[in-house]
Structures are given as C-alpha cells and as structure tokens.
Design a binder for this molecule. Structure first.
Ligand code: HEM
Length: 370
C-alpha cells in the first residue's frame, strides 16, 4: 500500500488510510487540515464516546487543557515513581514465581496489571478498587473485533465507559472536598492564569490515563520481551548489562508499535499521496506503517538498535504527542531492570503466544516465559 496506494479509500467502511511516513507526519502536524474532533464525520452516538477527552480536542481548547494537566503531571513526578514501580514489579513477580516452576506469563502475571496499579496509585484510587479497574480494562480489550467503527463494538464499550466515567467523577468530586497527596487532587487544584479544570475535565483525563496508558504499556513491555527473545544477541547483551533497556525499547516502539493507528478528520479537501481526500472524512493514520516505511528507515523489518535516520512514530507526533510517554518508559525500564535482576533466564515460549484482537493495538495477551 505504501508504494501503490499511499492514501487509500476503504469502500467497506468509508474511511481513508495514510501509510507513508511523510504523509503521516504531515497529517499529525497540520491540525488545521487534519483535526481530532470526531463529531466532524462520525455519527453522534459514536463521536460522543470521545467527547471532551484531550485526544479528541483541537486547538485552542486542546492547548489549555494540556497546559493545565501538564502543570501537575510533570516529568519530575513521573521520574520519582521509578523505585515504587520496581517494588510493584517485585510483588507481582513474587506472586508469579510462587510455584517455583520458574515459568510464568509475562503479560498475564506482570505486564497487564502493572500499569493499572501504577495509574491507580498515581491518581490515589483505593487499592480495593483495583479489581474494578482491571475488569473495566478487560471489558475494553477483550472485545474481539477488527473494525473500530462497528456500532456493536462501540456499544459494547459504552456501558463500561459509563461505569468508569461515573466512578472517576465521584472520585474527582471527593478529592475536591477532601484533598490528599495524589494526582487527582493536584488536578483539582491546578490553576493557570485563574483557569481551573472542571470536575468533568478531571474525570475525562483520569479515564484517558487508564484507557490510553494501560494496554499500550502492557504492549510495550510484552513486545519488548518478545523482541529480546527473537534477538538472542540483544538479549544476551541486555542481561550482561552491556545494552541499556532504553534503545531496545525505542526500537520496539518502531518495530512493534503498540499503538497501530490514530484517527483524524479532514476539515477541507486535501491532496495527499496522489489522491484528493474530501472534507469531513475519517482518516486512519497508520503509525505502524510509517514506522516500517523504507523511505524513512533502512531495512525497516529488521530489529536494529541505535537507528539514527528518523524519529519513530510510536508515541505519535505534534500537539497530541503522547503525554504518558515518560511514564510508559519509566514503567517499562523499571520492569526490565527487575526482570534482569530476578529471573535467571527469560526465554519466551514463542509457539505459545496469544494476541489481542482489539482494534488499534498490537499487544500480546499471553507471553509464557521460562
Ligand atoms: C496520546 C501512544 C502510554 C497518555 C498518545 C498518542 C499515541 C500514544 C500514539 C497520540 C494519539 C493521537 O495522536 O491521536 C502510547 C504508547 C504508550 C502510551 C505506545 C505506551 C507504550 C501512555 C501512558 C499514558 C498515556 C502510560 C498516561 C498514563 C496519553 C495521553 C494522550 C496520549 C493523555 C493524549 C495527548 C493529547 O491529546 O495531547 N499516546 N501511549 N499514554 N497518551 Fe499515550
């Protein structure tokens, strides 16, 4: 598709797709032409799912919201979480290795729960609600469907989203009444030039942290261990401490991008990749394809550390660049550090892999390791 139809219209669902790195970068940067407001072209019952969430807002509202949130969800706050995250990984591994067989499921026993615990603690949610949060995540991602625009799929997500929205709203209101030392309280108190976040905006952001920051981080950790398993030289170097986890993780973000696609909506007719995309069309922006574009990355299907020919698109680009990229990196690095310390060998059982079939993500559901 990158060679023959870089901008492709899918008649089966009425969407456009972009596949080339440069076209993707253009779409992510040119927010006047490629906006994030779903109400432009999706039916209201589908669009309202994303209503008010930072990812689906355009300038100038986006800048105001992102500014307020970034004011408290800072790189410093995230960096400080490293030691606590290592503690959580240790606990999860204690449980996983309790049967002494040495075999465990890197995703089911570790990577799936870790981000929920981290985000729950960060927001100051009671540990007793963890099962509820995990169940919500299960309901989002257990849905097996390859068409994200299918009404049935949206409907099945809606009731879970309603439940999560009302849970987070209650909690935001509680923290406004009874402040504590957590991110939810900091969001409630955040103020720039007299502007504050409303309870609804706090709720939306808290829900976004969970929906955008859970399965993606699960995927990054799972995909990283899978890539290490497939590249024994890199695995050996990492275990010996001669390769840092950071470049491994960055190449995984390119080579096995957890987030496969993002969506934009055209505000006007636009020529791209030799085609004219009319106004008010839904455009699927295939990060995963841009990350394998041979025009940008030499031998793109090869897993190769230290690439210098361009930024990967794993965390997106432009004004919506992933706000949780730092947290995802800290979580994954902490988990890799503990794994290197605790597990004598980490050998993925490559013929027992299971993947999620939910749209938009490339994530293992099960990665047995011995
Ligand atoms: C946005 C990927 C982890 C919070 C994005 C976008 C991508 C992405 C591609 C851009 C969406 C767009 O352009 O429409 C990832 C990946 C992750 C990850 C691959 C893990 C490996 C996280 C975490 C959090 C988070 C841990 C927070 C806890 C967000 C938020 C946005 C976002 C709030 C919206 C930013 C905005 O619209 O300004 N992420 N993400 N993400 N991500 Fe992440």
């Amino acid at each position: 598709m990158r060679d023959d139809q870089p901008a492709w219209y899918d008649e089966s669902n009425g969407t456009w797709s972009l596949f080339r790195y440069n076209d993707i970068v253009r779409a992510l940067r040119d927010t006047d032409t490629f906006c994030s407001d779903p109400s432009r072209s999706l039916p209201p019952e589908v669009a309202e799912n994303a209503e008010g969430s930072m990812v689906s807002i355009d300038p100038p509202r986006h800048g105001r919201l992102r500014g307020l949130v970034s004011h408290v969800f800072t790189p410093r706050l995230v960096e400080q979480l490293g030691p606590r995250i290592e503690g959580i990984v240790d606990d999860l591994l204690d449980r996983a290795l309790a049967d002494r067989s040495g075999r465990f499921d890197l995703v089911g026993d570790l990577a799936y729960e870790l981000p929920v615990i981290v985000i729950g603690e960060l927001l100051g949610l009671p540990a007793s609600d963890r099962d509820f949060l995990v169940r919500c995540a299960d309901e989002f991602y257990a849905v097996e469907h390859d068409d994200p625009f299918n009404g049935e799929y949206m409907e099945s997500m809606q009731s879970t989203l309603d439940e999560l929205n009302s849970y987070m709203l209650d909690h935001a209101q509680l923290r406004r009444r009874e402040p504590a030392d957590d991110l939810m309280t900091a969001l409630a108190l955040a103020e720039i030039e007299g502007e504050r976040l409303s309870d609804r905006e706090i709720r939306n952001f808290a829900v976004l942290l969970l929906t955008a920051g859970h399965i993606t981080t699960t995927a990054l950790l799972g995909n990283t261990v899978l890539s290490l398993g497939e590249n024994p030289d890199v695995m050996a170097a990492w275990r010996a401490g001669s390769v840092d986890p950071a470049p491994v993780m960055e190449e995984v973000l390119r080579h096995r991008s957890p987030f496969t696609e993002v969506y934009r909506f055209t505000t006007t007719d636009v020529e791209i990749g030799g085609a004219v995309i009319p106004a008010d069309q839904l455009v699927r922006v295939w990060l995963v394809s841009g990350n394998r574009d041979e025009r940008q990355f030499a031998d793109p299907d090869e897993f190769r550390l230290g690439r210098t020919t361009g930024r990967h698109l794993g965390f997106g680009m432009g004004i919506h660049y992933c706000l949780g990229a730092g947290l995802a990196r800290v979580e994954t690095t902490a988990a890799l550090r503990v794994l290197a310390r605790r597990a004598r060998e980490i050998t993925p059982v490559l013929d027992e892999l299971k993947f999620y079939d939910a749209p938009g993500i490339f994530c293992l559901r099960s990665l047995p390791v011995t």
